[in-house]
Design a binder for this molecule. Structure first.
Ligand SMILES: Cc1ncc(COP(=O)(O)O)c(C=O)c1O
Length: 441
């Protein structure tokens, strides 16, 4: 239709090659080219700060970097310096390294609500470990997860509950039940219905905004009254809520909590943290059955732990969470103003905590629309903004944000035209983008 169509020819070829070699064409479903407008899924060559470059020679201001893992921006100097120092000294040994001592100490100082920590590589490693530990401690089979939240683990206890549960025996799905966010009565009812069966409640303590007053404390009391554990998945809230996670911000200490993503600024490191008496069940200081709750070859990888320490120090010393909030607020205000200016305020809607913004694209009837998302994403990418969400990194500058708002304004002008035509297809450039979780291809 326009020059946009031929914007990314080399990326197109490489996406096709990836699909020949890698099922899904990416190593995370959320990065798949099916979630981008046709012909507009860039293959990245490098990143620096808030920008990335693709194989076609384009540069982009990037949001949501590394699925929210690169919160300080790409190739962050302080993180790289710490990593480089370790690279020359060996990556993994037959016994724990001094870096494991230092990283545990640094983590526990930064998240003072946690008494012990164990590191691994993926968020899923640690959420699954939390679930197993809770089951072992309570001797109960069921896990209750917050059904309003999108993702907890690649493991069966969670994937069994999704639209992509093929390959998981139905009996596994029966072991996971769900509760709604913010509704203590409904959760109480669930726990009564499964009296004495639920090992833990697992949730993200906050997603779109602050929890209702008293909710998290009420949930903890409820869990304990029913003899189960409270687990906070802090994969995103650590450290977008505060340097000490949601538990630090809201002052409610969960029994166990799990961290990942931003912890390594792109290097692979995750953490299970929690109360000493619970975590010790995975240790050697008790006389009960041992629990194989978390033991990974690569959990000790020195340069990733060094990255984690540098990240934690940077967050505290440079006030990174506050900066993420300030950038997000500037962006949200700018996007809202741009959308209003173009007459699409009710259709391009920014939501969420300022440090973790997402957007909705709504059609003429105010319904979520993949067609309009396709149109919007296409305009953003053409304008040099790679933004499947508006999740900020601290490397963004005010100029980056202002430039993004300009591109959003242009996209909103096109959006308005499509709304007026009551048909976005002319601006979609091909098939609509698709959600990551769906049953059929
Ligand atoms: C809230 C939450 N928990 C857990 C995970 C799993 O983390 P990982 O992909 O590192 O296994 C994710 C990943 O997207 C997540 O968003």
């Amino acid at each position: 239709m326009t020059s946009i169509d031929r914007f990314l020819p080399r990326s197109g070829e490489l996406n096709a090659r990836l699909h020949q070699m890698v099922p899904g064409g990416a190593h995370t479903y959320a990065k798949g080219d099916d979630q981008y407008p046709e012909g507009m899924a860039p293959i990245i060559t490098r990143g620096c700060g808030s920008h990335v470059w693709d194989v076609d020679g384009n540069s982009y201001i990037e949001y949501g970097s590394g699925l929210r893992s690169v919160s300080l921006g790409h190739a962050h100097p302080r993180v790289l310096e710490a990593v480089r120092r370790e690279l020359d000294r060996g990556a993994n040994f037959v016994r724990p390294s001094i870096v494991e001592v230092e990283a545990a100490q640094r983590f526990l100082e930064t998240v003072p609500t946690a008494e012990m920590v164990k590191f691994a590589k993926n968020g899923s490693d640690v959420t699954t470990a939390a679930v197993r530990l809770a089951r072992a401690i309570t001797n109960r089979p069921l896990v209750a997860l917050c059904g309003d939240q999108p993702f907890f683990s690649t493991d069966d206890w969670f994937i069994a509950t999704t639209a992509m549960s093929a390959g998981i025996p139905a009996q596994i799905a029966e072991l996971t039940v769900s509760f709604p966010y913010g509704d203590l009565d409904a959760t109480d009812e669930l726990l009564r219905r499964h009296d004495g069966q639920v090992a833990c409640l697992i949730l993200e303590a906050a997603t779109q905004g602050d929890p209702p007053p008293g909710y998290l404390a009420g949930l903890r009391d409820l869990a304990h009254r029913h003899g189960c554990l409270l687990v906070f998945d802090e994969m995103i809230t650590g450290f977008r809520c505060s340097e000490a996670g949601a538990q630090g911000l809201y002052g409610v200490v969960p029994d166990l909590s799990t961290f990942g993503k931003a912890l390594g600024n792109g290097f692979a490191v995750s953490a299970l943290a929690g109360r000493r008496e619970l975590m010790e069940r995975g240790g050697l200081h008790h006389s009960r059955d041992r629990v194989f709750f978390l033991s990974t070859t690569h959990g000790a990888e020195t340069h990733s732990l060094a990255a984690a320490m540098a990240v934690l120090e940077t967050y505290v010393e440079e006030g990174v969470t506050a900066r993420l909030h300030a950038l997000g607020e500037r962006l949200a205000a700018g996007v809202r103003e741009a959308a209003a200016g173009m007459g699409v305020a009710d259709h391009v809607v920014v939501r969420g905590r300022a440090s973790n913004l997402v957007y909705a694209t709504l059609d003429e009837n105010g319904q979520p629309s993949q067609d309009y998302r396709t149109l919007f994403l296409r305009q953003l990418i053409a304008g040099g903004v790679l933004a499947p969400s508006f999740v900020v990194s601290s490397a963004l500058t005010d100029e980056d944000v202002d430039r993004t708002v300009d591109v959003v304004a242009q996209a909103c002008a096109v959006y308005r035209k499509a709304l007026d035509a009551a048909d976005p297809t002319a601006w979609m450039g091909g098939r609509p983008v698709k959600p990551a979780f769906r049953r059929f291809v």
